[in-house]
Design a protein around this ligand. Structure first.
Ligand code: NDP
Length: 346
């Protein structure tokens, strides 16, 4: 084992979460394992970080499958990846010093040894908690911004319907649309989240999809003049209902479809796709990483919105790396309001 005695803060061992098998259906806690590994000392150009926060995200379910997709599967019996905020505890690169806060893709582990190019300093915004850069000002917030600006090209005065509206992406999408001057309808499956959306976020109408067996009828009431933009996070009956109500020249930004991620067989497609033709509507998928060069523009706008009070958030926090699998699994039955996070260190 490497001698770590030059760096008193460096522990002998770190912990990582490994994926043991590709889950079938909804992942279970025993698909994961917590593994102790030795901590290595940085060499020239390397930086050792202790992670403070890590993110769990629905897209990770796609990486827990051997199927080919836009991002490779997680390797089995190896640390998984994901966004994390960490603190530098030893640096052999002059751009980073001990105590610096950084973001990286080294989630699912307590410590990580990285080459400098894989680390990004946090923006200098001491008035904003660091974990916001995993949520409203990080990848999820950026996803909301890309979907509305670049894919849906939303305009003031339009009606925007957002599914999974109380989640990390959806809650930012709702607030961006409100700040733009849109009429906003959101869906969620939980009464407390519905209350937050209506009374704190201030959207115009909320549909609790668990309290109706006819989403299309619920949208009739919420959007009597139809919807111009559907921000799609869920799929299934949500998409059919949105297609039923899409206006002429409407746009559907297909961000995700969490309702099908654990399906063992392909779901039946929407039965009303012809509405796209009748309404001259456009439906377009996107992956946020293709737009990453716009992240500085998004952060500038996002920080301004936070400071003006137009962008707020909630987070659901699980404590400790051993709770990371539960936090991840909890995404699929709505255990989170806003961003789902795991706190790893003080
Ligand atoms: P969320 O914070 O929204 O968490 C997931 C939420 O989805 C849950 O809290 C739950 O809310 C809802 N949900 C879970 N299962 C179902 C279901 N079967 N039917 C309806 N709702 C369900 O996650 P994110 O904000 O991180 O992600 C939202 C979407 O955005 C996902 O589809 C994700 O894959 C996608 N995404 C896409 C990206 C891209 O680049 N295209 C990047 C990042 C995310 P409730 O209690 O309200 O049901």
């Amino acid at each position: 084992m490497t001698n770590t005695s030059h760096f008193p803060e460096i522990p002998e061992t770190a912990q990582e979460v490994h994926l043991l098998r590709y889950p079938s259906g909804v992942p279970a806690p025993d698909d994961f394992s917590i593994v102790d590994v030795p901590v290595l000392k940085p060499l020239d150009g390397e930086v050792l970080i202790e992670n403070i926060w890590m993110s769990v995200d629905p897209y990770m379910r796609g990486r827990m499958s051997p199927r080919k997709s836009y991002i490779p599967p997680f390797a089995l019996n190896a640390p998984m990846e994901g966004h994390a905020v960490g603190r530098v505890i030893a640096s052999r690169d002059k751009r980073f010093t001990e105590g610096d806060l950084v973001t990286s893709m080294t989630g699912w582990r307590s410590h990580a040894l990285l080459e400098r190019d894989y680390l990004h300093p946090l923006p200098d915004t001491p008035d904003i908690p660091e974990q916001a850069f995993l949520g409203p000002l990080g990848m999820p917030g950026m996803t909301a911004w890309v979907g509305l600006n670049k894919i849906a090209r939303y305009q003031a005065g339009e009606t925007v319907f957002v599914s999974a509206a109380a989640g990390a992406v959806g809650s930012v999408a709702c607030q961006l649309a409100k700040a733009k001057g849109c009429r906003v309808i959101g869906s969620t499956g939980n009464a407390d989240k519905a209350d937050w959306l209506k009374n704190t976020i201030g959207i115009d109408s909320v549909i609790n999809y668990r309290e109706t067996d006819d989403l299309s009828a619920a949208l009739d009431d919420a959007a009597p003049h139809g919807i111009d933009v559907y921000y799609e996070n869920v799929g299934g009956p949500h998409l059919e209902a949105a297609l039923d109500h899409i206006n002429i020249n409407g746009r559907i930004a297909v961000c995700g479809m969490i309702s099908v991620y654990n399906d063992r067989e392909k779901a039946t497609g929407p039965r009303n796709l012809f509405r796209l033709t009748a309404q001259r509507a456009r439906m377009e998928g996107f992956i946020v990483s293709d737009h990453w060069s716009s992240y500085p523009e998004f952060v500038r706008e996002g920080v301004d919105l936070v400071r003006s009070g137009a962008l707020t958030w909630r987070e659901t926090v699980y404590e400790g790396l051993n709770k990371a699998p539960d936090a991840f699994i909890g995404l699929f039955d709505g255990k989170n309001t806003g961003k789902m996070l795991v706190k790893l260190a003080a």
